[in-house]
Design a protein around this ligand. Structure first.
Ligand SMILES: Cc1cc2nc3c(=O)[nH]c(=O)nc-3n(C[C@H](O)[C@H](O)[C@H](O)COP(=O)(O)O)c2cc1C
Length: 319
C-alpha cells in the first residue's frame, strides 16, 4: 500500500509541536504530508485521553501520518488497528527517539539492533491495511550503520517508506547531518525520505536534488519558526511580513489549544526559545500561572512584533 504525497517536502514528527493545528497549517502551506509526534501505542489502545489527544487528526487537508512508539508487536497491533479509524492515511513506527522515558520502556531507539523483537513489528506494520513506514537515526554511535540493516528488513517486510534522520543518537543535534549515508541504501525497497538541519527552502530543494534516491525531504525545526517554508520550497509567491506574522500567530494559537496545561507549560517556553523569544525562565514563570496566560500574547507582540495576533480568549489555558 502506498501513501500519496502532495509534495516532496514533508512536516517531521515533533512531539508536542506537530499537533493537529500545526499540521493543518503546514499542509495548507504546501507540506506533502504531516506527521503527529510520537504517540504511545499502549495508551492509544487503552484510549487514554492524552494519547487520544496526541492522535487527534484534526481538520488538516492532506495526507497525515500517525507516528507510534511501542516495545513489541503485541503492544503495537491494537494501536495500528486504530490508525484508520482515527482518519490517518499512514502509520509510522518510531525507532529513533532517544528520550529516557521512551528508551527505558524499550521503545524508540532502544529497539535499534533488537532485530528479533523488531521483525514481527515490521511485519505487523506492513500488514496493517494502510501505508506504513519507519523512522530512525543511523545508529547509536557515530559510524554505526544499524539503519542499513533496518532498511533491508523494512524492504523484506514490504513497508512503504523509510525515513532517515542521518546522524547518530549520541550525536544528538551537535553532530553534522551526513547526507552521504543515504547513498549506502540500495535502490529498490521502501521509498526513501530524509531530513535534518534543513534551514531554508533553498537547502531543502538542494538536498532533494542532490540525492536521486530521495523521494522527499523532511522538515522539522525550520517549520516551527517558518511554516511558510513549504510554500517557498514549491516556489509559491513569498508571504509578506504581515502575512507571515498572521500565520505564525495562528499556528501558535492552534498549538496552544492542542496541548493540555501541563504540556503547554513544558513545551511553550521551549517553543518560544526556538522562535527566538528569550529568556525562557521569564516565560515559564508567566505560563505557570493560568490567569496570566494572556501575557503570552503580550510576549509575542513585544518580542515578535506580531501586530495581527488574534485574541487568545478561546485558549484552554485561560479557562
Ligand atoms: C521538539 C522536537 C520533537 C521531536 N519529536 C519527534 C518525534 O516525536 N518523533 C520523531 O520521529 N522525531 C522527532 N523529532 C525529530 C524530528 O522529526 C527530525 O528528525 C529532527 O528534528 C531533524 O530535523 P530538523 O533538523 O529539520 O528539525 C523531534 C524533533 C524536535 C525538534
Amino acid at each position: 500500500m502506498s501513501l500519496t504525497l502532495a509534495s516532496p517536502f514533508l512536516l517531521a514528527p515533533m512531539a508536542g509541536i506537530s499537533t493537529a493545528g500545526m499540521r493543518a497549517i503546514c499542509l495548507e502551506q504546501g507540506a506533502g504530508c504531516a506527521s503527529t509526534g510520537l504517540v504511545d501505542a499502549q495508551g492509544l489502545a487503552r484510549r487514554s485521553p492524552g494519547s487520544l489527544r496526541r492522535a487527534h487528526r484534526g481538520e488538516g487537508q492532506g495526507p497525515q501520518i500517525l507516528q507510534l512508539f511501542a516495545p513489541d508487536v503485541d503492544t503495537l497491533v491494537p494501536a495500528l488497528a486504530m490508525a484508520d479509524e482515527l482518519g490517518f492515511q499512514g502509520v509510522e513506527l518510531n525507532l529513533g527517539c532517544p528520550a529516557g522515558p521512551i528508551v527505558e520502556r524499550g521503545c524508540g531507539s532502544a529497539l535499534l539492533g533488537q532485530w528479533q523483537i523488531l521483525k514481527p513489528m515490521l511485519s505487523a506494520l506492513a500488514g496493517c491495511g494502510m501505508p506504513a513506514g519507519v523512522k530512525c537515526r543511523c545508529g547509536r554511535r557515530t559510524g554505526d550503520r544499524d539503519f542499513v540493516l533496518l532498511h533491508e528488513l523494512a524492504g523484506e517486510a514490504g513497508l512503504d517508506w523509510f525515513s532517515l534522520h542521518p546522524r547518530s543518537l549520541e550525536g544528538a543535534y551537535r553532530e553534522a547531518v551526513d547526507w552521504s549515508l543515504v547513498e549506502l541504501l540500495p535502490a529498490g525497497g521502501p521509498r526513501l525520505w530524509a531530513g535534518g538541519d534543513l534551514r531554508s527552502a533553498a537547502e531543502a530543494r538542494a538536498a532533494l536534488a542532490g540525492q536521486p534516491r530521495l523521494e522527499a525531504v523532511v522538515l522539522g525545526r525550520a517549520a516551527i519558526s517558518s511554516p511558510w517554508i513549504f510554500g517557498a520550497c514549491l516556489r509559491r509567491p513569498d508571504l509578506d511580513a504581515a502575512a507571515r506574522a498572521r500565520l505564525l500567530s495562528r499556528m501558535l494559537r492552534a498549538m496552544a489549544c492542542d496541548l493540555d496545561l501541563e504540556e503547554g507549560k513544558r513545551i511553550l517556553p521551549g517553543l518560544a526559545t526556538l522562535l527566538g523569544i528569550p529568556p525562557m525562565a521569564d516565560i515559564q514563570l508567566r505560563l505557570a500561572d493560568r490567569r496570566r496566560m494572556g501575557e503570552w500574547e503580550a510576549i509575542l507582540r513585544e518580542r515578535l512584533d506580531l501586530d495581527a495576533l488574534p485574541a487568545l480568549d478561546e485558549n484552554p489555558f485561560l479557562r
